[in-house]
Design a protein around this ligand. Structure first.
Ligand code: HEM
Length: 154
């Protein structure tokens, strides 16, 4: 499904704002993930051993940024090419990593909810139905591509 120029602009605009506040937003994103699904804690190497969500943990920040940034890039690719393409890695690799970490399909809904709420809080008054729709579409396409590879491998 196509992505409009307007949708691309909305995703890019919010990502530009989010970039300025990565440490706080990463923490917020994981707090939301664990609020929605406390059981997700045991999957992440950096959450397993501690009672609290670690502040300034590079791995936590890395996963949060990957999800934010790859969703944004997925929106750009959807507009330019009509399909999701990943830079630096392959869907096969991403499918494999998630499968082996024990991620299952419903987890993607949890991360989606946390992502949308993180973007909403990050952009404040700029948040709109349309911006929500654009992130939602970009994320779904990206998540579907990862999920498809996870199924291939099983
Ligand atoms: C690792 C992206 C959704 C759990 C990773 C990595 C990337 C990534 C790029 C690093 C791979 C590596 O180089 O080692 C994404 C994207 C997602 C997504 C783009 C959504 C579209 C999820 C979901 C879960 C999850 C839904 C489960 C709640 C993990 C875990 C790791 C990982 C546990 C290993 C991290 C660690 O312990 O260090 N993900 N991910 N991811 N992902 Fe995701």
């Amino acid at each position: 499904m196509g992505f409009t120029e307007k949708q691309e602009a909305l995703v890019k605009e919010s990502w530009e704002l989010m970039k300025q506040n990565i440490p706080e937003l990463s923490l917020r994103f994981f707090t939301l993930i664990l609020e929605i699904a406390p059981a997700a804690k045991k999957m992440f190497s950096f959450l397993k051993e501690s009672d609290q969500i670690p502040q300034n943990n590079p791995k936590l920040k890395a996963h949060a940024v990957k999800v934010f940034k790859m969703t944004c890039e997925s929106g750009i690719q959807l507009r330019e090419k009509g399909e999701v393409v990943v830079a630096d890695t392959t869907f096969k690799y991403l499918g494999s990593v998630h499968l082996h970490k024990g991620v299952i399909d419903p987890h993607f809904e949890v991360v989606k909810e946390a992502l949308l709420r993180t973007v909403e809080e990050a952009v404040g008054e700029k948040w709109s139905e349309e911006m929500c729709g654009a992130w939602c579409e970009a994320y779904d396409q990206l998540a579907n591509a990862i999920k498809a590879e996870m199924k291939e491998e099983t």
